[in-house]
Ligand binder design. Structure first.
Ligand code: R5P
Length: 299
């Protein structure tokens, strides 16, 4: 197996390769003055099984284009298979038509990946479990939730904990973490968004949280509003402390500041997105998914 990495998340790609006992294969990635990328595979991959790692967070379109070119270069160089690991899958929230006249961005991405020769697709904690069905190649939804459950088992006192899904779409996730933790109780927040602006209109809590330590679990932190508002609601409802877990740390806009100055004690995320230095903040802790990928690829 040969592992290649695009530019967006080399630290994770390196860790995955190391966990499998391999090194990343060299790839020439150059950028023209106008921003166009040029890709060249530097070693023979003729007849080889290959893996490409590329997260498609910001700059989303640039990262996608780079990934497409890497896949094309590998196919043209005779690779037998091209497995594509997109730890954070950009455009995944646009997986169906919300309002008449909208494009379904995720379907466009899937079609391109398949048409240029991706043979298998892997990603993490996809926004809805139906996303793999969009693909006609084998598609796998890996998860950071077991890593979060392990952290909770090791670092938190079980007696006073309650898991919280900060929106109704996360119920499946919260149930999975609860099952991993001997059916730890959970509560849910019902969050209503304005479909045209994306703003959160109002939220309400279902479940018993008073006097407990709340652990919110979400898939994505974009602006941080969901978690910050969720924490405020939980404190209002009598929880003693709030911690947050989320797989993908997009950290858009002022998310870093908002989270650092929020009522959340600590924010645990995974390394599906390589967080730039300027977006790190004291409350943030990053847990790696490299072992999960390595185990999957080895099997
Ligand atoms: C929404 O459905 C997702 O599960 C996340 O809750 C959402 O993307 C987080 O966005 P933000 O951090 O901007 O509130």
């Amino acid at each position: 197996m040969r592992i290649f990495s695009g530019s967006s998340n080399k630290p994770l790609a390196k860790k995955i390769a190391k966990n499998i006992g391999l090194k990343l294969c060299p790839l020439e990635i150059s950028i023209f003055p106008d921003g166009e990328r040029r890709i060249r595979v530097e070693e023979s991959v003729l007849g080889e099984d290959t893996v490409v790692v590329e997260s498609t967070n910001t700059p989303v379109d640039t990262n996608y284009m780079e990934l497409f070119l890497i896949i094309d270069a590998l196919k043209r160089s005779g690779a037998k298979s091209v497995k594509v690991l997109i730890p954070y899958l950009g455009y995944q929230r646009q997986d169906h038509v919300f309002r008449d006249g909208e494009a379904v961005a995720l379907e466009v991405i899937a079609k391109i990946l398949e048409n240029i020769g991706a043979t298998e697709f892997f990603s993490f904690d996809l926004h809805t479990p139906k996303i793999p069905e969009i693909f006609t190649i084998p598609a796998h939804n890996l998860s950071a939730l077991s890593i979060f459950a392990e952290k909770i088992k090791n670092d938190f006192n079980h007696d006073d904990l309650v898991l919280v899904s900060p929106d109704m779409g996360g119920i499946r996730r919260i149930k999975e973490v609860s099952e991993n933790l001997d059916n730890l109780p959970y509560a849910t927040i019902e969050k209503n968004r304005d479909l045209s602006t994306g703003d959160i209109n109002d939220s309400q809590l279902n479940g018993d949280v008073r006097g407990k330590v709340a652990l919110m679990v979400d898939d994505i932190i974009s602006t941080g509003t969901t978690l910050v508002d969720g924490a405020n609601l939980l404190i209002e409802q009598g929880v003693t402390k709030v911690f947050a877990f989320a797989t993908h740390a997009i950290l858009a806009g002022k998310a870093t500041d908002n989270l650092q100055h929020s009522q959340i004690e600590r924010v645990f995320v995974s390394d599906t997105i390589d967080i730039p230095k300027e977006k790190h903040f004291p409350k943030l802790e990053v847990l790696s998914v490299a072992q999960v990928v390595a185990k999957t690829l080895k099997s």
